[in-house]
Design a protein. Structure first.
Length: 251
């Protein structure tokens, strides 16, 4: 955890024009945040609190109106191309290409990075196997369940060996049993492979289950709570954190 942060927000504000043209509205308001290498951060808040805006700025898909966003010391918006292969995104839906097999979908990121065919094929097979999909390499998305498709999506992200994973509610469309199993596997893979992950969620239970660190946002995006959750925290400790989060979200 030593050294410069992987991700830093310094006095970040983000404004958008109002749809009716009457001025602007503020989505992010003076956020200061450091995320260290190896952190698994759950970003939690109500709909419209600015989570996705912060997510997009980390990914280089938008820039702040004021302040600075830095990823590994660089501006992800102005130096977008330099982050190829360093950031991977897992979306709410799997976003698989229907004309590609599971193997072909996992290979896609490696293909875009210019890896040789044999290397990307072998790597894709390894990650499909690690996500429990050995034997399904040649199945097309329509033949896979929702949970299996999301496993392919996660395998695609890990296969690129990106150091930073950005996850936008990737389990919200799944049934709870499938989602719970995937959460456990995902968090284990993040920790085993030394990744830094930022995970957007609306679920307090999901945030407490996944995050080493839970950040709760008020609207417009301001940090209302930033707390670490020990892996061996007692149920009493978790219940206390949950109560604090519920009180903030009820405001």
């Amino acid at each position: 955890m030593s050294g410069a942060p992987e991700i830093r927000f310094s006095h970040v504000c983000k404004d958008f024009p109002r749809p009716d043209g009457a001025g602007k509205f503020r989505a992010v308001d003076d956020v200061n945040l450091d995320i260290a290498r190896g952190d698994l951060v759950a970003l939690l808040g109500k709909t419209g609190c600015g989570k996705s805006t912060m997510f997009n700025m980390i990914a280089g898909l938008g820039e702040p109106t004021e302040g600075e966003v830095r990823v590994r010391g660089r501006d992800p918006f102005r130096e977008f191309d330099s982050f190829r292969g360093q950031i991977a995104i897992v979306f709410q839906n799997d976003r698989l290409l229907p004309w590609r097999t599971a193997l072909g979908n996992v290979e896609l990121g490696l293909e875009m990075l210019g890896r040789p065919p044999a290397e990307r094929r072998d790597n894709a097979r390894v990650w499909l196997a690690r996500l429990g999909l050995a034997g399904h390499e040649n199945d097309y998305p329509h033949a896979l369940s929702g949970g299996m498709r999301q496993r392919v999506s996660i395998a695609r992200a890990f296969a690129t060996d990106a150091g930073i994973l950005l996850c936008d509610e990737p389990f919200s469309a799944l049934d709870e049993m499938t989602a719970q199993k995937l959460r456990e596997e995902f968090s284990t893979l993040v920790r085993e492979n030394g990744k830094t992950a930022v995970f957007i969620t609306h679920s307090i239970s999901e945030a407490l289950h996944l995050g080493d660190r839970v950040i709760v946002l008020r609207r417009p995006a301001q940090i209302a709570l930033d707390t670490r959750v020990s892996r061996d925290a007692s149920q009493c400790e978790r219940d206390a954190i949950r109560a604090r989060i519920e009180a903030i979200l009820a405001e």
